[in-house]
Design a protein around this ligand. Sequence first.
Ligand SMILES: [Zn+2]
Length: 427
Amino acid sequence: MNAVLFRNVTIWDGIDDAPYPGEVVVEGNRIRAVARGRNQIASERAAEIIDGQGMTLIPGLVEGHCHLSFVGVNQNKDLGEIPVEEHLLRTCRNATLIFNHGFTSCYSAASAKLRLDVVVKDEIENGYLAGPRYRTAGPEITVTAGLGDERRQNIPAESFGMIADGPDEIRRAVRLCIREGVDNVKINISGDEFVSHVRGEVTSMTEVEVAAAVEVAHEWGKRVSCHARAAAAVKRAVRNQVDCIYHCDFADEEALDMLEAAKDRLFVGPAFGLVHNAVFEHDRVGMPRAAVERMQLPRKLEATCRAYHEIRRRGIRVVIGGDYGFNITPMGENARDIGHFVKFFGYSPAEALRCATSVGGDLMGHAGELGVIREGALADLLLVDRNPLEDLSVLVGPDHFAMIMKNGKMHRDLITARPAGQQLAAE
Ligand SMILES: [Zn+2]
């Protein structure tokens, strides 16, 4: 098998805080060797040697709350108005775009139409489309009047929701998603500030409905993730064994205690980007300040910050991903969330970057072998022309990525492909 040796790189391995000078051998789709120092690994071990020019080699990024089929819309309802053919093409473009931005893995937090995620993943895995590793989802299973129900009496409308009421309908919706091939089942247990008829502190899905969804999904070996902003919704999710609980903004002491007690089996994710941009960058899309105030978004943002300071302190596993794919949160800017973790939740840069690498790899179902640079791990690697720990914004690619590798295959390689004489800035 042809091996590639990376020399003269600074390795940040997704495990320790500090980077170190080192060398890495990739063989097939795995990392075969990692060495500290220079000239440690003999050239004979590799068919190809890449001089990293002192740049930083980090694990590929993992987006933990991804919506590839959210294609730059203004509001939820707009997603229902895109015909399926156009929607598929635009979802494919998002897959390549996010991959070009350094995300070698994405964990879907819902697909706007049932088969979009599944079909796009197949296209990637069959080698026809450049895109990340992908754990797919179906639409967000929600109750009548829940987040994702955009209908009005006599006025049909769709968004990203699949509406089901009562345990029987919920079971049927979950089975339908499973039949069509999803990896993750998404349920909406609470409402959301952005929806006037079901705000974030409303717990819209009942205990028996949540239990029914999880029972069926787990029977088929699928992961369940949920939308849960209200404290009661978070508790309902924990009690019923949901695997990944998104938002948790209004988690109270009891909810935080429950999350902490279950921290070995569950993940949480703030999905912070959307609220952040609505509060601080609403001008970007012409959203009036009055609308931000009406939805009480600054109050929600404060609650999120409070909750995640506590979640960090308690050592609960947190993934990045901030509902990128709306007009106000353009796909490709997903890595901004890493900097937000430092600025708003008190993470150190290395802790925040672990949320975007090794913790995400764990969520993807590859604990210890994805999102890390160690012997035996899957070879998803980025070569960055700055030290990202000194400035996390360089990860909001693609300008600072000299190389993107997924599963041992080069996707972007400026080092060996660049015209002669042209130098990339190195540390
Ligand atoms: Zn979402």
